[in-house]
Design a protein around this ligand. Structure first.
Ligand SMILES: Cc1ncc(COP(=O)(O)O)c(C=O)c1O
Length: 375
């Protein structure tokens, strides 16, 4: 199988571990293993005793039970654990898509959500755009319906959306599921940023709303534990999960035992981790809001209600790609320009989930002043 380069991962490969001021990360602040273990009495001893043999392909049974407990209507057999969300997306899309199928992907989106469709010969892809209405990012459900064809097999959405931050309300989740049900379409719902609601409405997992929906979750983003590389698919459609597990036999086979152990500890304290990260995002947004107020002639700030990322607009007459390149070259401030998402427009992604955001914003301001962007 031939597949295009993953633009975002290639870009991060250049700068993520070298640029000192990360202002675009989508994962929340992480922690040391000892900090996580300290959350649960006896966990440190348990971790040291962890057996290092192979684990079950479906995932550790207790971990599957813990993940199922996040949902309204699921039990352990509805959960398939993966080596990160990325592996889950790749496995699911490979199993699902055949030549002659039509797929619709919410767009912009994480590239792997639609790139497998591009690489299956004879598989067609339509993009359901999140659009800038001049103030905020919006979607149009009539536009979605107009994209549906007789051979549409799958709709892939991502909410809270990377990079726009657009998040379906619970009423919109029901509406999406109703559309898919009516047209008998499978729904792939990437919910890796779920749990970081700042607007007071706790979002449902989509798989709880529709039999043909698969929800994607992960320890990386909202929980801030990307190094564990533990993600999952959850669905009432266990026959579909059974097909995906057979594809997993050709990928990681099973997850890492220490990571599964640590994920169980983290999920026991999941609410505390989510609160810690939501509070941090809120604080960083407050600081960034002041920055955007001061420089409203340079940037159009897009509001976010959930999740750690926003897709703001650069207002000056310089390609955003060049602007972001200059920021990282001259000051070590990392931003993500729209072309990484194959998007037109002067947008760039900012991430609010890291402790280093205030310092990175200071450096960003210095960059603006030192390079003549300010009045
Ligand atoms: C929307 C979305 N889905 C999936 C992933 C992959 O997550 P992971 O790194 O945990 O595999 C990412 C990572 O950035 C993402 O933004």
């Amino acid at each position: 199988m031939k597949i295009k380069d993953f633009k975002l991962e290639c870009y991060f490969g250049l700068y993520e571990f070298t640029a000192p001021y990360l202002l675009t990360q989508s994962d929340c602040e992480s922690m040391r293993t000892e900090e996580l273990l300290a959350m649960e009495p006896g966990a440190q001893e348990g971790y040291l005793k962890q057996w290092l043999g192979y684990t079950e392909t479906w995932g550790d049974p207790d971990l599957r039970r813990a993940i199922a407990g996040l949902y309204q209507s699921m039990s352990a057999e509805n959960v398939l654990v993966f080596h990160g969300a990325q592996e889950a997306i790749f496995g699911y899309m490979n199993v699902m898509l055949d030549p002659g199928d039509h797929m619709i992907a919410m767009y912009p989106n994480y590239q792997s959500a639609y790139e497998v469709a591009n690489s299956v010969p004879g598989c067609e892809l339509s993009k359901w755009y999140v659009r800038d209405d001049g103030e905020k990012w919006v979607v149009d459900f009539d536009e979605l319906e107009s994209l549906i064809r007789p051979n549409t097999k799958l709709l892939a959405v991502n909410s809270p959306n990377n990079p726009t931050g657009y998040t379906f309300t619970n009423a919109e989740i029901e509406k999406l599921c109703e559309i898919c049900r009516r047209h008998d379409i499978y729904l792939f719902s990437d919910e890796v940023y779920k749990g970081l609601e700042m607007d007071g409405e706790k979002r449902d997992w989509m798989a709880d709303h529709y039999d043909k929906c698969v929800s994607l979750g992960v320890m990386s983003k909202a929980y801030g534990l990307a190094g564990l590389r533990v993600g999952w698919l959850v669905s009432r459609d266990t026959a579909l999960l059974d097909k995906v597990v057979k594809f997993k036999h050709y990928m990681s086979i099973c997850c890492s035992a220490p990571s599964e152990y640590l994920s169980k500890v983290a999920l026991k304290h999941g609410d505390a981790l989510l609160k810690r990260n939501t509070d941090l995002i809120r604080e960083n947004i407050k600081i960034a809001d002041k920055f955007f107020e001061k420089y409203d002639y340079l940037f159009e700030k897009k509001p976010i209600s959930c999740g750690p990322v926003a897709f703001h607009k650069l207002l000056i007459d310089m390609p955003v790609k060049e602007f972001c390149q200059m920021a990282v070259d001259k000051k070590g401030v990392l931003l993500l320009p729209a072309d990484i998402y194959d998007m037109d427009g002067q947008y760039f992604r900012m991430g609010y989930g890291r402790k280093g955001v205030p310092e990175a914003l200071e450096k960003f301001e210095e960059f603006l002043i030192e390079n003549g962007f300010t009045r």
